[in-house]
Design a binder for this molecule. Structure first.
Ligand code: ARG
Length: 472
């Protein structure tokens, strides 16, 4: 039995080196090292409390595990794990413990399988990364909220688009409020994952059916701050639901960041000119000296595809997989970790780049009324006077067509003409400019300054509650 492997007693030949290397998950699961140390410490406590190892052995194992914990941040542990050709992080820690405390080290794996270790460390990882995700998304939401409040004070308006065509005037504060809403939801999603990852502790499940050793599983539950031991060992070692939920939350949050990024990339283009990215967040061209590129937002836009690719790959790796552990789950784990690490990095970069955006209110406002964006309000005004929506739509559409041919905006004269065409006795009152349009909105959840203020107040309250709810 090779010293770096945890098996081999029954084999007559040494493992084929390329196949062993292909089967190694070390590069993917080294990120789990600290979680496996915690999991191993909880197992030592379980073994000691259950009378399977003596106090001296428990102390020696604990000391070795603490030493390994100290070796992780510097990369020293990773270097050693690579040097011995460990099959995965779990085997690497076991081997390192046996090097530091040879006699005690022989006992660490009592009543334990890598299967329940993988499941437990993945739950701890999901808890940690979901908490990190929630923190980043809450930061983004808080920043968008604060920026929205500033923009609201200025009543900066711009033309919202649908299909990228001018649609209706909105406040910049309203757009920023939308961003805050997206990341409030992302925060909540991450918090739910973190809570789920605290529910059941798989440790003590053994390979798939439990253990004949009298393991007191409640010890690990307390040590690792879970709610209860898992109820079914077969399910516990093969379940990847929380890991998938984590990756799903990451993929969904990066998707939101990607959509906002797309808009910001366009807004930073001189053709739009609504925004400019500070030098600190922009990059130049190696050839064109004049260039100033919004690369962070382009990278975030693309990072969502990677996270979603990992999520799809992780789901696909489970398709048709029978219950219990199969080596395919190693691939699931790799996708969860890769997608999560890359996705969280992208979310962090998005949070860091946002404060570098400078809004160009003048550019927004100078074009806020272009493209007949008040047409809906005029149609609404006709409807309020009793004209049917169908007729109002047709009349205003016709007025837009006439004005467009003449190369001018809609004016008071058009309102008078419309009133006449609709045979109204009263004068038609409707907003003709962008600011008047947003101020005229009457519904809750609309872009009117009052509605936006109320929405931001409510959002702030929910966000505070949500961040207060974060498990750590
Ligand atoms: N490297 C494996 C993984 O990450 C460890 C579990 C191995 N278990 C087994 N029964 N071979 O999934």
């Amino acid at each position: 039995m090779s010293d770096s492997l945890q098996w081999g007693g029954r084999f007559e030949a040494a493992p084929d080196a390329p196949l062993l290397a292909f089967g190694s998950s070390l590069e993917d699961d080294l990120v789990l090292a600290a979680f496996d140390v915690a999991c191993s410490q909880a197992h030592v406590a379980t073994l000691a409390a259950s009378g399977i190892i003596d106090v001296g052995t428990a102390h020696a194992l604990d000391a070795a595990l603490r030493m390994i914990a100290d070796e992780i941040p510097s990369g020293e542990f990773a270097a050693q794990a690579r040097a011995i050709g460990a099959e995965d992080v779990h085997g690497a820690i076991d081997a390192r413990v046996r090097t530091i405390a040879p006699a005690a080290g022989e006992w660490l794996h009592a009543g334990r399988s890598r299967n329940d270790q993988v499941a437990t460390t993945l739950a701890l990882y999901a808890r940690d990364r979901a908490t990190r995700g929630a923190r980043i998304c809450a930061t983004i939401a808080q920043f968008a909220l604060a920026s929205a409040r500033e923009a609201l004070a200025d009543e900066t308006v711009l033309a919202a688009t649908t299909h990228w065509q001018p649609a209706q005037p909105i406040l910049l504060a309203f757009w920023l409020g939308a961003v805050a809403e997206m990341f409030l939801r992302a925060t909540r999603r991450f918090n739910r994952v973190a809570a789920d990852a605290r529910e059941f502790c798989p440790l003590g499940s053994g390979a798939c059916s439990g253990s004949t050793l009298p393991l007191d599983r409640g010890v690990a539950v307390l040590e690792l701050a879970f709610g209860a031991p898992s109820r079914n060992a077969l399910d516990a070692i093969g379940d990847r639901d929380v890991a998938l939920d984590l990756l799903h939350a990451v993929a969904r949050a990066t998707l939101s960041a990607s959509r906002v990024s797309e808009e910001l990339v366009l807004w930073c283009a001189p053709a739009f000119g609504y925004a400019q990215l500070d030098d600190a967040a922009s990059t130049g061209s190696s050839l064109m000296p004049q260039k100033r590129n919004p690369d962070p937002f382009e990278l975030v836009r693309a990072a969502a595809s990677s996270a979603n690719g990992s999520y799809t790959a992780a789901l696909a790796s489970l398709d048709g997989l029978a219950l219990s552990y199969h080596r395919d789950l190693q691939e699931t784990k790799a996708q969860v970790i890769r997608g999560t690490e890359r996705g969280l990095a992208a979310l962090g970069a998005f949070a860091a780049a946002l404060p570098h955006v400078r809004w160009n209110a003048e550019a927004m406002e100078s074009r806020a009324g272009d493209g007949y964006v008040v047409a809906t309000d005029i149609a609404d005004a006709l409807i309020a006077c009793g004209v049917s929506p169908r007729e109002a739509h047709a009349l205003v559409g016709n007025a837009v067509g006439v004005a467009e041919k003449a190369g001018r905006a809609l004016t008071q004269r058009d309102l008078t003409a419309l009133a006449k065409a609709a045979k109204l006795t009263e004068t038609l009152k409707a907003p003709l400019d962008a600011l008047a349009s947003v101020r005229a909105k009457q519904t809750s959840g609309s872009t009117s300054p009052d509605a936006v203020e109320r929405a931001l107040d409510e959002l702030e309250e929910v966000l505070e509650r949500e961040t207060g709810n974060s498990p750590r």
